[in-house]
Design a protein around this ligand. Structure first.
Ligand code: SF4
Length: 360
């Protein structure tokens, strides 16, 4: 094998050997995860779908307690479909990427009402569901239905870049990495679900981002990255551009009855559908920062800024206290007793702001 993605090839015997080594290792080293069916038990597609949506861009450690809680509250897709959407968003609070929660609920309703509660078992059909893309549909096809599918998450990409010693940087190399993964997944019908999970476990526990444990790796024999001593440098990455920096105000408006105003964020905004303290528009640093329309009364001195990093920009929110007259209940705003804020289901950004407000 060479480091040019156009030339990396592997013969059938080597593919078969790799699968055998990986699956033998998996049979004795598989991670125990709450959404995984024990060996010999047919997975529940609802469980697989729920976990795969939660795991999109989110770590296993962060997802565990949310997954368990969701299944306690909504044991079946029908239960989730019948749930109040605001409650689903509230329970999702802190997990991030809130469009996933909105899509999750819409998808549960669609599967319950239109598909008789049965998830489709082909990648093509799964991709028609809200919130289910190429990776998630492949993972559900392989894991829930034990059908061949090429499942390529970050773990699989890392293993493939190293195994084939491809030194091209991400994200350009993604296509090539998928093609390499295809060698192992394509048409493999014996244990496709286990193969996908074995790849994931190898990447998560042995072929880790830093300091891969090549001495313990079941497929080290054929690994070009290991042989060349470059494994820990792969995959290469194109240096990221600096993120835009944005700023805005976040408001605390408390009335004489001990209630504060909260705002349900617009569907199209960041944190769409979530409940939080009202904020002004978030503008790029250097641009004129204006108060939310309606905030005309006395505004306190700024409290300690709240910093939060989103995928595409960093945000500084400046907490200020304002008059309650500035907000009117109804529409997006609602008033909530201060001693009930713990039940509001704030996303992390507003938890940070809340902490500043109550400690300043
Ligand atoms: Fe990863 Fe090392 Fe195994 Fe290669 S030998 S797949 S680099 S852990």
């Amino acid at each position: 094998m060479t480091n040019s993605s156009d030339e990396c090839k592997i013969d059938d015997a080597a593919v078969e050997k790799f699968r055998g080594q990986l699956l033998d290792w998996y049979d004795s080293h598989a991670r125990s995860l709450p959404w995984r069916a024990p060996f010999g038990v047919v997975p529940d597609p609802y469980h697989v779908w729920l976990s795969e949506i939660m795991l999109q861009q989110t770590t296993v450690g962060a997802v565990m307690s949310y997954y368990v809680r969701f299944l306690e509250l909504w044991p079946t897709v029908y239960d989730l479909a019948a749930a109040d959407r605001d409650l689903v968003l509230k329970e999702w609070a802190g997990l991030g990427y809130y469009a996933r929660a909105r899509n999750l609920h819409a998808c549960a309703q669609y599967v319950s009402e239109e598909l008789g509660g049965v998830f489709p078992d082909t990648q093509k059909e799964l991709m028609t569901l809200k919130g289910v893309g190429d990776y998630t549909s492949a993972a559900i096809t392989a894991i829930a239905f034990n059908k061949p599918a090429t499942v390529v998450d970050g773990n699989v990409e890392r293993v493939m870049a190293r195994y084939f010693a491809d030194t091209q940087p991400l994200p350009d190399v993604k296509k090539a990495l998928k093609r390499y993964a295809h060698y192992f997944f394509e048409g493999y019908a014996d244990r496709p679900g286990d193969l996908a999970q074995a790849f994931m476990d190898l990447g998560a526990t042995i072929c880790t981002p830093k300091s891969p444990k090549c001495m313990l790796c079941p497929v080290s024999e054929g690994c070009a990255g290991y042989a060349k001593g470059i494994a820990s440098d792969l995959p290469k990455r194109t240096p990221k551009k600096a993120k835009p920096q944005k700023r805005g105000y976040v408001y605390w408006a408390e009335d004489d009855n001990g209630c504060v105003f909260l705002e349900r964020r617009s569907e199209k905004a960041m944190l769409g559908g979530m409940l939080g303290f009202p904020t002004s528009e978030w503008v790029e640093k250097g641009m004129d920062l204006k108060h939310l329309s309606g905030v005309a009364g006395d505004v306190s001195d700024p409290l300690a800024s709240v910093f939060h990093s989103f995928t595409h920009f960093d945000l500084e929110l400046i907490p200020v206290r304002v008059q309650t007259d500035d907000f009117v209940c109804g529409g997006a705003f609602e008033s909530v007793a201060v001693n009930e804020l713990a039940q509001a289901g704030f996303p992390t950004l507003f938890k940070k702001a809340w902490k500043v407000f109550v400690t300043s």
